[in-house]
Design a protein around this ligand. Structure first.
Ligand SMILES: [Zn+2]
Length: 147
């Protein structure tokens, strides 16, 4: 499962998590977005201006077409924590020789020894990342894809 560990936070990781979680591909839209109000449209055939802002008398030029999607677990903590709750993933702050990181693992591999948290490898789900959201996504994929 090293290929999962090597993925970077972003579209690829988000779409893989989406596929595993919902069972179908994430909907990626190719749209122009208004930089002023966020209105989207598929093409600029009729006008390069934002039609929503036009209604308020503002002439705003739409941005170039870009990929948009609404599921960002690898960068959005709210979405990531929902995933962690759903699957029973522990999120633990960690200091190592690489500096401060986030460690995620299956909750079942976390045990308390006195005031200390003791971890032992369980289903190879222990992962360290710079961001908690990324670590949760990778741990989630390992847990789900190892079964
Ligand atoms: Zn607008």
């Amino acid at each position: 499962m090293d290929w999962i560990l090597n993925m970077e936070a972003g579209k690829e990781l988000d779409s893989l998590v989406h596929k595993v979680l919902y069972g179908y591909d994430m909907n990626i839209r190719h749209v122009h977005v208004c930089p002023n109000c966020g209105w989207e449209c598929n093409d600029l055939e009729t006008s390069s201006r934002c039609q929503a802002c036009w209604g308020n008398g503002e002439r705003v030029t739409m941005d170039d077409s870009e990929e948009m999607y609404n599921f960002h677990p690898s960068t959005d903590m709210n979405t990531a924590f929902k995933l962690a709750n759903l699957e029973g993933i522990a999120v633990i702050p960690q200091s190592s020789d690489k500096g401060f990181r986030w460690y995620t693992c299956d909750l079942e591999s976390v045990h308390y020894r006195g005031g200390e948290i003791a971890l032992h490898k369980y289903k190879d789900t222990g992962i360290s990342c710079d961001s908690a959201a990324e670590a949760i996504c990778k741990c989630y994929l390992q847990v789900k894809m190892n079964r």
